[in-house]
Design a protein around this ligand. Structure first.
Ligand code: IPM
Ligand code: MG
Length: 353
């Protein structure tokens, strides 16, 4: 099969981890006699440096024309420490999500039995945890147009806005995932305080009628934060708004033992984007120590969804599991003194596809 893949490596460790995923993708391409084209494009701080724009139009056009986007990370401490910076790398990410219509961010949280001892939670709490977090990604307080400062600079405001349509489409996505899994949906909101959350609850209740087999539970976000730690195995699919999802998905990601293992897919109207959830990890950039497995697993998700090749996804997952079981892993999850470099892990995976 012929497929076009846009490659947006971005900042920090992005290029290193994406390079390893590309080794694996190329190995799959060869094994199955596919014909893939890879088009690199700029995003993030590197795009600001080269073009002044963190998501240049050229990059957007490349994404629109591709079957899938493989994404590394964005962010640079230079901007984090300068709250007055006019352009920020994160604006590139938000622009990309909006322009590609990526309204659903899907983050599977799964545990690897041989890594459970790395979890900050006790083994018996986290063993068997397996859920999917679906975060609304193009609305809410991240995009509320009414925002800014009063003239004297002493007050600032952001607005949280959701339409029924925005809630409904991501809710349908969540119900569809639940139908393919254990048929349980947890909707997280703050309906005891926020008007937007009450619209979320109302819309989800209406949508639930279309999915009578799915058991729906509503949880307030503070309670959800607690239960993800106390009882992670009770969840199957979680759906929530943009800001709550940002916070809870980081919380959820660490319970498995390593953030360096968790992939994600952002899905919506146009081309889907596949990216590791760990971010740009600037302290690790250029050192050949970053864990490439989250990006490689993101590539597996890409094969399973956008490229329509579930067998290839399975092969990638199997080889990742083998590398973990055999200890061919980077320092974040290796046993003391037995760490492999980022590129060695990538080479091993590609060779074993
Ligand atoms: C994420 C990140 C982004 C977000 C930042 C980098 C803007 O934290 O993808 O979760 O808040 O959405
Ligand atoms: Mg985040």
């Amino acid at each position: 099969m012929k497929k076009n893949i846009a490659v947006l490596a971005g900042d920090g460790i992005g290029p290193e981890v994406v390079e390893q995923a590309l080794k694996v993708i190329r190995a799959v391409e060869k094994k199955f006699n596919h014909e893939f084209s890879y088009t690199p494009a700029l995003v993030g701080a590197i795009a600001i440096e080269k073009t002044g724009n963190p998501y240049p139009d050229e990059t957007h056009q490349i994404c629109m024309k591709s079957d899938a986007v493989l994404f590394g990370a964005i962010g640079d401490p230079k901007y984090d420490n300068d709250p007055k910076a006019k352009v920020r790398p994160e604006q590139g990410l938000l622009a990309m999500r909006k322009k590609l219509g990526l309204y659903g961010n899907v983050r599977p949280v799964t545990t690897f039995p041989s890594l459970i001892h790395k979890s900050p939670l006790r083994r018996e709490l986290v063993e068997g945890a397996d859920f999917i977090m679906i975060r609304e990604l193009t609305g809410g307080i991240y995009y509320g147009e009414i925002r800014g400062r009063t003239e004297d600079g002493t007050k600032a405001f952001d607005t949280n806005v959701y339409s029924k349509e925005e809630i409904s489409r991501v809710t349908h996505m969540a119900f569809e995932y639940a139908m393919k899994r254990r048929k349980k949906l947890t909707a997280v909101d703050k309906a005891n305080v926020l008007a937007t959350s009450r619209l979320w609850r109302e819309t989800i209740q209406e949508t639930a009628v279309e999915y009578p087999e799915v058991e729906v539970e509503f949880l307030l976000v503070d309670n959800a934060a607690m239960q993800i730690i106390q009882c992670p195995t009770k969840f199957d699919v979680i759906v929530t708004e943009n800001m709550f999802g940002d916070i809870l998905s980081d919380e959820a990601s660490v319970i498995t033992g390593s953030m360096g293992l968790l992939p994600s897919a952002s899905i919506g109207t146009y081309t889907s984007v596949y990216e590791p959830i760990h971010g740009s990890y600037p302290q690790g950039a250029g050192k050949n120590i970053a864990n490439p497995l989250a990006t490689v697993l993101s590539a597996a998700m890409m094969f399973e969804s956008s490229l329509g090749m579930p067998d290839a996804g399975k092969i990638i997952r199997d080889v990742v599991t083998r590398s973990i079981n055999e200890g061919i892993v980077t320092i974040d999850i290796a046993e003391t003194g037995k760490a492999y470099s980022t590129s060695d892990v990538g080479d091993w995976l590609a060779k074993n596809i």
